[in-house]
Design a protein around this ligand. Structure first.
Ligand code: ADP
Ligand code: MG
Length: 432
């Protein structure tokens, strides 16, 4: 059975002290990093006592004066969020207007980051606010009636004026807030792009660049991600300038060693469904995310699994905001254990008890029409967080899917273990 009796916390302690781990840091305590007392108190309350490698390395750069821009790359699950949140919280004052923005790609990740910074700032006077699109059609109509003040802060700031010091949101909504003059972007001193490679390319690029150009008095721009492909790296360098600090990984270090990667030959496209049913029986402990490439694939796989009596939930971008919120909440609390998702959850999502990721579809970049190694790295990084062990199982079923996976292995320096579609073999291999 998956999981066994693992004492995660002991394992993580060992991991953070192991020079071969991506988490390893020489610093034994956050106190060595000259952080304000009340911030350390917040970290303590979160159970963060010792910084991880990326935190230890970037914190001096994040807090030094004069501030310098930064591109920071570290493997999935190594604590990038805390690094940039600490950077933000050491720079903003308690004056009642926005001074920092963190832009992230999805509603789900924005929510998560907001919760992290809120906990971290528990003993500070600094407040944060979510900038997200409305969650339902009803909210949308309320948005058209400015005289109606909404109690919660996820839609439009009360009296259309943002007083919180930190804005965490998606690029489109932050850009909308700027254009509606909900806050003065010229007072923003620090701008963070989480999942920066994604934010700087594709559909978010225009909004991201608009935000940056409106923030005319920026002191510091921070780009964080586990992946910075070649093309992105060049563009990112233009965004932060030549004098920016850079913490980058060597190509062979990009995937997390503690995530064991498997290749399962399912024989045919339909064989994948069989394989999933066999796996479902074995995957009894922990939680699983099953990734597919399209909304339609997500819907039809969820329908088929449910028809066969397997409890699964499903999430994709086209679902209504409220439904997405409900699905995430049930998955985070462990009420549901198996979640089918598109790339919506590929990046950033941190759910401790996820120990298995299944690529039902090998990630595919529809724009460039090639396999998508970046999304592969992010997808499998939903398990094996902060030193935990994880399994990534990749389904192949024909020549093309095999070649696509091979290409991904080449780009990411991944080693696959072949596992046959047989329950005993699976049980044997899948011991975490
Ligand atoms: P990344 O953004 O690098 O993928 P996250 O910032 O989401 O990773 O962090 C991964 C997990 O590690 C989270 O559950 C977070 O609470 C935990 N974590 C981060 N830093 C520390 C720390 N210094 N001590 C203990 N846990 C930490
Ligand atoms: Mg992250």
């Amino acid at each position: 059975m998956l999981g066994g009796n693992i004492n995660w916390d002991t394992e993580i302690q060992v991991e953070i002290n192991d020079p071969n781990s991506p988490l390893y840091s020489k610093c034994s305590d956050f106190k060595e990093l000259n952080l304000p007392k009340n911030l350390i108190k917040g970290l303590d309350a979160m159970g963060y006592f010792k910084p991880s490698y990326i935190q230890e390395t970037t914190l001096p750069m994040l807090t030094s004066n004069p501030p310098r821009n930064l591109i920071a790359q570290s493997q999935s699950g190594t604590g990038k969020t805390a690094a940039f949140c600490l950077g933000i919280l050491t720079r903003v004052t308690d004056a009642s207007y926005p001074q920092a923005i963190c832009v992230s790609p999805t509603r789900e990740l924005t929510d998560q980051t907001y919760n992290v910074i809120k906990m971290m700032a528990k003993y500070l006077t600094v407040q944060s606010v979510l900038a997200l699109p409305s969650v339902s059609r009803r909210d949308f109509f309320l948005l058209l009636l400015p005289e109606l003040r909404l109690k919660h802060n996820t839609l439009v700031p009360r009296d259309h004026k943002v007083r919180e010091q930190v804005i965490i949101g998606t690029a489109g909504t932050i850009q909308m807030w700027i254009s509606k003059k909900f806050f003065d972007p010229s007072k923003i001193i620090i701008l963070v792009f989480d999942e920066a490679d994604q934010m700087l390319i594709g559909s978010s690029r225009i909004d991201s660049m608009k935000i940056k150009s409106k923030c005319t008095r920026l002191q510091q721009v921070l780009l964080f991600s586990a992946t910075f492909g070649e093309e992105v790296c060049e563009f990112a360098s233009d965004v932060v300038g030549k004098s920016a600090n850079r913490v980058l990984l060597k190509p062979k270090e990009i995937t997390v060693k503690k995530i064991r990667q498997y290749r399962m030959d399912c024989g045919s496209s339909n064989g994948r469904f069989q394989a999933l049913k066999i796996l479902y029986e074995c995957l009894t402990l922990g939680s699983v995310i099953i990734f597919v490439n399209t909304t339609e694939a997500a819907q039809s796989l969820a329908r088929r699994m449910s028809e066969e009596g397997h409890a699964v939930s499903v999430i994709y971008g086209k679902l209504e905001g409220l439904e997405r919120k409900r699905v995430m909440q049930q998955f985070r609390t462990g009420q549901t254990r198996v979640l089918i998702s598109t790339n919506l959850l590929a990046r950033g999502i941190d759910v401790e008890h996820v120990n298995v990721v299944i690529n039902y579809d090998i990630p595919w970049d529809y724009e460039l029409r090639k396999p998508d190694p970046e999304n592969y790295v992010h997808r499998i990084g939903r398990c094996g967080r902060f030193g935990r062990r994880g399994l990534a199982i990749n389904f192949v079923y024909d020549q093309k899917s095999k070649e696509d996976l091979e290409e991904i292995c080449r780009c990411t320096n991944s080693q696959m273990i072949d596992v046959p579609m047989d329950d005993e073999e699976i049980e044997r291999h899948m011991q975490l």
